[in-house]
Design a protein around this ligand. Sequence first.
Ligand code: ZN
Ligand code: ZN
Length: 220
Amino acid sequence: MKEKLFEMHVHTSEVSTCAVLKAEEVMKKYSLAGYNGLVLTDHMNQRTFKDLSLTDWHDLVDYYLRGYRIMKSIKIPDFTVLLGMEITFNDYLNDYLVYGLEEDFLYNNSNLMEIDIREFRKLADKNNLMIFQAHPFRVDTVITEPYLLDGIEVYNGNSSHNSNNDIADLWAEKYGLRKISGSDFHHFWGMAPGGVKFEDEIKNNNDLIQALKHNRFKLK
Ligand SMILES: [Zn+2]
Ligand SMILES: [Zn+2]
């Protein structure tokens, strides 16, 4: 069977203040570029919500899901959209990509940004989520103990930062962490340099988690 190419790190302007392209444009661009799907990883951080007067967690989640819901309302043949997030806890600037995310998990776990990676690891284990640290060697990050992670991004395609991908790759080798690749797509330029190729069909979160857990993928 033909491999399935997925983007693992992408933002939409409906939610991520730093992103330029709307959900619909993002989806069409990826489909045209030959991808079979994407995991939408909009930012779940204080900056995203700071200018909105959202006091209720439920309203915040509704806002967070806007890009995802637009994508879900558009049907493109052989193109799958899954919900993820790039979360930044309030303690450090580290960003973590979360896969296997369901809408209910977000609604049922308020104030997610106020916990830390240790607490989030426990929640992830209970809810069949996987955590991959995004660009773990940008200069504003701190080291996360490898046992708290399912893997790390060893390729981050965002050209506005130096992600020190070479060091991330060495780190993953040293600690036996899974390696993933993401474009960290925000802008018109630098379209889709990243992604992973899955051996199997990925139609839902369960397919995605199984493929990641069992390392049934390689980097683009
Ligand atoms: Zn961003
Ligand atoms: Zn990002």
